[in-house]
Design a protein around this ligand. Structure first.
Ligand SMILES: [Zn+2]
Length: 427
């Protein structure tokens, strides 16, 4: 019983630290009075918890504001310089690694093109580790300043049941990453033990998730999804993915594959998809498929250049304009499926290809969604463009370790898992 009592006090303390830290992170700078009003905690509790967070270096003062007739109120915010986080995007043509401070201001970045061997696993692991060393070196920091590394990958990410699984160590995932397995059918990754392979080359806490889900988290935290409890963030790149957010959290399903919207069937017996099936949505509206359907993209250039050429051609050439109109209808029909299945309040279109075609196609996409979806849920849903730009996958990946830091109440984040565990225990 005594043991249980001790744990409860410690959990309560961590819960209060986490709640105040999260609130300051997303709403700060705020005064102690505002924190008290928003959290419902007593002035004494606020004073204690904030004092601890300042002593730990996680929270700092950010000037003051005059209060009506009283003493000026000191404003508080999360200390951006407490540590760094890294976000990695294992993309379609390159691996991008970015180092951020806790305010997610970029401190260094490295772009490492994939070689002709494409997504060869050992090659990708090498690029991620090389990029990690490069950004730490370029920012002039020590590796011990990095609180964790988040990686967004194309494919289904199974978190496994190892120490890195959510729920490990009193609800705080310490980032062992060991059990994480990736099923990337469209890039030839069949149950790749990506966590273990990366772990062999770094001691830093590792968090891995599907790229569409990391993009979704970035848009939910800082972009067009902010403030929505239920939303779908659609990622249009060479392929197509989605992050379904229910009750403020990504919906994962039994083994984390939920949201594979690109491989829902648009046309029975239709075009061959990269996944091997026929008629998937991705086989019509993904950039690779769209350029194949057009058939006139300039040879030997990137898909970005091809899509730019298609959009320019549509101003002159009726067949290119018709292809885009048809694509808008396919995309709208796919979005109607999302509306009917999930009843989201918001659908956000992101990803580099989505951001390129969206501004032109959005009115027609909305029209098609209205035509194909049930009227009542459709009337409750807004369809909007993403706000974070094409590099949002790295920002989203960096939110993976950051989310763990906030969830843990900022329990001192030491590189050594056993030390971290011991410190979590005493808190
Ligand atoms: Zn498919």
């Amino acid at each position: 019983m005594a043991d249980r009592g001790k744990r409860t006090v410690r959990d309560l303390r961590r819960g209060n630290r986490s709640a105040l830290l999260r609130h300051l992170y997303f709403e700060g700078p705020l005064s102690r009075q505002e924190l008290g009003r928003d959290s419902g905690l007593s002035a004494g509790s606020i004073s204690n918890v904030v004092g601890d967070l300042i002593a730990d270096g996680l929270v700092e003062e950010a000037g003051s504001v005059d209060s009506d007739g009283g003493r000026p109120r000191i404003l508080l915010r999360v200390a951006a310089g407490y540590g760094c986080v890294v976000g990695v995007d294992v993309g379609e043509t390159r691996v991008r690694v970015e180092l951020f401070d806790l305010a997610l201001t970029e401190l260094a970045a490295a772009d490492l093109p994939l070689s002709d061997s494409g997504h060869d696993v050992d090659h990708v692991v090498r690029l991620v580790l090389d990029g990690l060393s490069a950004v730490v070196r370029d920012a002039g920091i020590s590796e011990s300043d990095v609180l964790g590394v988040g990686v967004g990958v194309p494919g289904i990410v199974e978190q496994g049941d190892g120490a890195g699984a959510p729920g490990a160590a009193n609800g705080v995932d310490l980032g062992s990453g060991e059990g994480i397995v990736v099923h990337g059918q469209t890039i030839g990754w069949n149950a790749v033990p990506f966590g273990r392979l990366l772990r062999a080359g770094t001691d830093l806490p590792l968090y891995i998730d599907n790229g569409a889900k990391t993009l979704g988290q970035a848009e939910m935290w800082f972009g067009a999804g902010r403030g929505a409890g239920s939303a779908v963030i659609a990622l249009l790149g060479s392929g197509v993915g989605a992050c379904v957010v229910a009750d403020g959290k990504p919906y994962r399903g039994a083994t984390s594959s939920a949201g594979e919207w690109g491989h829902t069937t648009l046309q029975v017996g239709g075009r061959l998809c990269r996944c091997g099936a026929r008629g998937c949505l991705e086989a019509y509206v993904g950039a690779e498929a769209l350029l194949e359907r057009w058939g006139r993209a300039p040879e030997g250039q990137s898909e970005e250049a091809g899509l730019t050429a298609l959009l320019a051609a549509a101003d002159e050439d009726p067949s290119a304009a018709a292809l885009l109109a048809e694509t808008a209808e396919y995309l709208g029909a796919g979005i109607a499926d999302l509306i009917n299945l999930f009843n989201p309040e918001r659908i956000v279109i992101g990803g580099w290809a989505g951001l390129m075609i969206g501004p032109r196609l959005l009115p027609a996409v909305r029209e098609a969604a209205v035509a194909y979806a049930l009227h009542h849920p459709c009337a409750q849903t807004s369809i909007e463009m993403g706000r974070l730009g094409p590099d949002a996958v790295t920002v989203g990946a960096a939110t993976l370790p950051l989310a763990r830091l906030l969830d843990s109440g900022g329990a001192p984040w030491n590189r050594n898992p056993t030390v971290r565990e011991a410190r979590l225990e005493v808190r």
